[in-house]
Design a protein around this ligand. Structure first.
Ligand SMILES: [Zn+2]
Ligand SMILES: [Zn+2]
Length: 263
């Protein structure tokens, strides 16, 4: 195993990085558990996102630019490897977690919801200041699944304020649409919003399989927004496109109204 990044070849004191703080470890631990069944490509995208996020956060906190090595992709990857060694589900070992990592993994295992809330608040806190999603460091090609839920929610909610015809870059357009679809599916929590049944199967990474559907079809002038999007099982999705029964449409509109009313 290589030495930690604190040992820099030049011996320059300025390049010696400070210890990880609680906020950093909390987001790393929660994102580790959220993404642990992702494909390698998706996990890599998540490391890139966390690196961008923690680097942007540091600049906000210190008012100074960070060094190239500060919380870079390689660093995030290594620390996530340490956290994986602390996961009782994992057969991966060989790296030692830090004292703080051990404590926070323990907190997560005892109460995942509470630690996830803490991580959500951290993402919210710095997304507010940094406009992270528009920063140059943020790669719009990044897989949507890599985006932590609070940031995904911001993107999906902000998306409706932008007129689709103004989106000239197709990859950005795709990415925006995906944020609405992905966040809609997240809100549905694996339950079809028309028939109320569980998703028929789970995808390879354990996510319930649902499809995003626009209540007012885009082809008929429907808005591409969170308020016009629901998550359906494949059967109900086919049904909507075959029949588009008025009562089903009204039902789904009501589902969305109730959903938006929730905090
Ligand atoms: Zn259904
Ligand atoms: Zn559809």
């Amino acid at each position: 195993m290589r030495n930690g990044s604190t040992l820099c070849s030049g011996g320059d004191m300025n390049s010696i990085e400070r210890e990880w703080d609680r906020e950093e470890v909390v987001v790393l631990v929660c994102e580790y558990f959220r993404t642990k069944w992702f494909t390698k490509e998706e996990t890599d995208a998540s490391y890139h996102f966390l690196s961008d996020f923690l680097r942007a956060r540091e600049t906000m906190l210190t008012g100074r630019p960070v060094t190239d090595t500060f919380r870079n992709y390689a660093g995030i990857r290594m620390q996530s490897g340490r956290i994986r060694c602390l996961d009782p589900d994992s057969h991966y070992s060989g790296m030692q977690g830090t004292k703080l990592q051990k404590a926070i993994v323990q907190e997560y295992l005892e109460n995942p919801a509470e630690l996830t809330n803490e991580a959500d608040r951290i993402f919210e806190k710095y997304a507010d200041h940094g406009d992270l999603l528009n920063s140059s460091g943020f790669d719009s090609q990044l897989l949507v699944k890599a985006i932590p839920i609070p940031i995904l929610r911001r993107m999906a909610c902000a998306a409706k304020k932008v007129k689709p015809e103004r989106m000239t870059v197709s990859s950005l357009r795709y990415f925006r649409d995906q944020s609405i679809a992905q966040y809609t599916k997240y809100l549905a929590k694996g339950i079809c919003q028309l028939c109320g049944q569980k998703a028929p199967f789970c995808t390879r990474d354990g996510e319930p399989y649902l499809e995003a559907h626009h209540i007012e079809w885009l082809s008929q002038g429907g808005e591409d927004s969170l308020d016009n999007c629901v998550a359906l099982c494949p059967n109900c999705h086919r049904k909507m496109h075959e029949l588009n029964n008025e009562e089903d449409v009204l039902f789904l509109k009501n589902v969305v109204l109730k959903r938006v009313a929730e905090p």
